[in-house]
Ligand binder design. Structure first.
Ligand SMILES: NC(=O)c1ccc[n+]([C@@H]2O[C@H](COP(=O)([O-])OP(=O)(O)OC[C@H]3O[C@@H](n4cnc5c(N)ncnc54)[C@H](O)[C@@H]3O)[C@@H](O)[C@H]2O)c1
Ligand SMILES: [Zn+2]
Length: 357
């Protein structure tokens, strides 16, 4: 066996209305609750906040997190936590609130200085107890040891270190049924890209991250369209949330690469949604990597259809975001299908020219 290292993610609680159980996972005392204004307006956080209040955790709500959260927002969240004497942190929302919660919890708990912990495996201190509740499916941030913050000049910097892995992640699909179609599509593509990049990663790829990435791909590509077209389809929402989580676990161990590297500057500079920036870059990177990664693309026949479905989703993400009122047009699927079918057939052909079964 090739040697490899695998880091598990947080403990997991999944199911309808599980967000009301979060108090059980936190110590007694004041809690910093990091979210965004939209989620407060929608009333999505109410049951969780009520459960915390009833349990005596007295949440201090910080709801000023914007998409692609800035350093100033992170610092304001830390200040709110310090003023409240928070002994624990909850991140409730998409990747943006969860990333702020993770790093705020770490800096409050460790007392470290932010500029000394950017990068991989530099942060080594202790964070405050942390529970993450995703409302998009998604970044998988609830599963990862990563926090991405937009700094001066629109540059996205990350802290990627084991202490940022949450104690608990709570997957409650009911929270995602109101996600607008454009956000469903864009965040779903982000999750798919995590799985694709983990599965084809040149670094640290290993059997466990492969298994997680492949199951994530199956769940995500099999349910993205349904989640977009039938927002209240709870089975599809469940599959998307679980798929995004598994993809997060996969890329925590076999890192994302070209698509994200090219997508981050677009997000930081132009504030395009993270999933849309990935959608814009995915096809180009797949094509660029096709020689090096074709065995991975070709390994299973059914991945062809999954990849075709990805492109369907990419097209949909762009269209749903750019033209939210238009009916989804799936024309690129056929074109991409032809391209994908031609690649792995070449790749799978042995030198004799006979195709493998
Ligand atoms: N930490 C990681 O491992 C990781 C991985 C990928 C991306 N990211 C980061 O995550 C951020 C993007 O996160 P995101 O794509 O989840 O988006 P987001 O958190 O920025 O949210 C996007 C929008 O969706 C809304 N929204 C969220 N949940 C909703 C719901 N249930 N119903 C209705 N509206 C809802 C939000 O209010 C917001 O307006 C970026 O900053 C990106 O860099 C982090
Ligand atoms: Zn991503």
């Amino acid at each position: 066996m090739r040697s490899f290292t695998f880091h598990p993610g947080p403990r997991l609680s999944a199911g309808a209305d599980k967000s009301t159980d979060i108090a059980e996972f936190l110590p007694e005392g004041p809690c910093l609750f990091v979210t965004d204004e939209q989620l407060i307006k929608l009333g999505l956080a109410e049951p969780a906040l009520e459960a915390l209040e009833v349990s005596g955790r007295h949440p201090t709500v910080f709801d000023k997190v914007e998409a692609d959260p800035s350093r100033a927002t992170l610092e304001a969240a830390i200040e709110a936590g310090r003023a409240a004497g928070a002994v624990s942190v909850v991140g409730f929302g998409g990747g943006s609130p969860m990333d702020v919660a993770k790093l705020a919890g770490y800096l409050l708990g460790s007392g470290d200085v932010l500029d000394e912990v950017w990068g991989v495996d530099i942060a080594k201190g202790r964070r405050l107890p942390l529970v993450l509740v995703p409302t998009t499916a998604g970044t998988g941030s609830e599963a990862t040891p990563i926090s991405v913050i937009t700094c001066e000049g629109g540059v996205k910097l990350a802290v990627n270190a084991r202490p940022l892995t949450a104690d608990w992640a709570v997957l409650d699909p009911q929270l995602t049924v109101g996600l607008p179609r454009g956000v469903t599509a864009a965040t779903g593509i982000d999750a798919i890209v995590h799985a694709v990049e983990a599965y084809t990663s040149a670094r640290l790829k290993n059997p466990l991250s492969d298994a997680l990435a492949r199951e994530a791909l199956r769940l995500l590509t099999g349910n993205l369209m349904t989640a977009c077209e039938e927002p209240r389809n709870i089975a599809a929402r469940e599959a998307m949330l679980l798929g995004a989580h598994l993809a997060g676990l996969a890329f925590s161990n076999a890192p994302v690469a070209g698509v994200h590297a090219l997508a981050y500057p677009l997000g930081g500079l132009h504030h395009l949604p993270h999933g849309v920036t990935n959608a814009l870059m995915l096809r180009h990177v797949l094509q660029h990597n096709s020689e090096a990664a074709r065995e991975h693309y070709a390994r299973e026949r059914k991945h062809l259809d999954e990849l075709a479905t990805i492109e369907h989703g990419v097209a949909m993400a762009r269209r749903a975001w750019l033209e939210p009122d238009r009916v989804i047009n799936t024309w690129p699927t056929a074109r991409f299908l032809n391209w994908v079918r031609s690649r792995p057939r070449d790749a799978a052909a042995p030198r004799s020219g006979r195709r493998r079964s």
